[in-house]
Design a protein around this ligand. Sequence first.
Ligand code: A3P
Length: 294
Amino acid sequence: DTHSGDSGGRAQPPSPTAGTCPFHMAKPGAMMCRATPWCHGPALTPTSAGTTWMQEILTLLFSLGDARPAKTIPNWERAPWLEQIYSREALQNTGSPRLLTTHLPARVLGNPPSCGGDTVSLQVIYVARNPKDVAVSFYHFHHLAKFLPDPSSFDAFLTQFLEGTVHYGSWFDHVKGWLGQRHLLDILYVTYEELHQDLRGTAQRLSSFLGCPLAPGTLAALEQHCSFSAMRDNAMANYSLIPAEIMDHSQGRFMRKGVVGDWRSHFSPEQNALFNRRYQEEMGDTELPSQWPM
Ligand code: A3P
């Protein structure tokens, strides 16, 4: 028995059918991967951060630890962005099962959020990160991303971040919006910090949630291929394939530091006090799945 755990009383994934793996559909002619039997979905990954890491983890889970899809297919093909799928027909054309990624706020996808009208099998994994580290990471990302405005200073950027006048809007609204879906959707909340603390345990939790079996060796392969250093060196995950007019790689790496608490080397005591005040105002009575070290 290679199954990691129970599926929480949910319907079991469909029985094995050949040729339904999203990796095959994403890239005809790509190597056969062993994921086929239990791929089901769509599984949607909305994130306020930790996106690329979760795409890689789900790729390894879906391939039963076979690293070839992660090493040969860019992550935007393995887990396409909902933002870049422009019509319901295009979404349906991606075929089912599918693994989708989005930064969109929950309200944009309806109430309850749905994909292409298909609410029945939608499973959602929401990834969040300490907003102080999100602000730092996002600030550096603005230097790379040519489609985002140049941030004048960290202080100015932090003000915009707290006001929600950055790309995708307010972090607070994003997290509260997706937390508000917990009674309406089949949703699992994961934090970036949990991935750091216990990648293996979190992967097991993901596999139970998705009803996706764990083959012997999957977790070891996942730990190896989803490590920061492996992903930093994987062109299919580190965005180095994106042309310089979209991402200016001379300004730094997308896979920058990958640590918890980098905000401590960026925030002044005043910025920290301001952030804590705003956080308390916005999130004070919110039931978070995990408490960030603020
Ligand atoms: P830093 O800028 O702090 O280094 P997203 O994918 O949502 O845009 O988030 C990007 C952040 O996730 C970056 O954070 C990146 O380094 C980090 N990240 C990506 N893969 C990671 C991994 N395997 N381990 C740790 N951090 C990772």
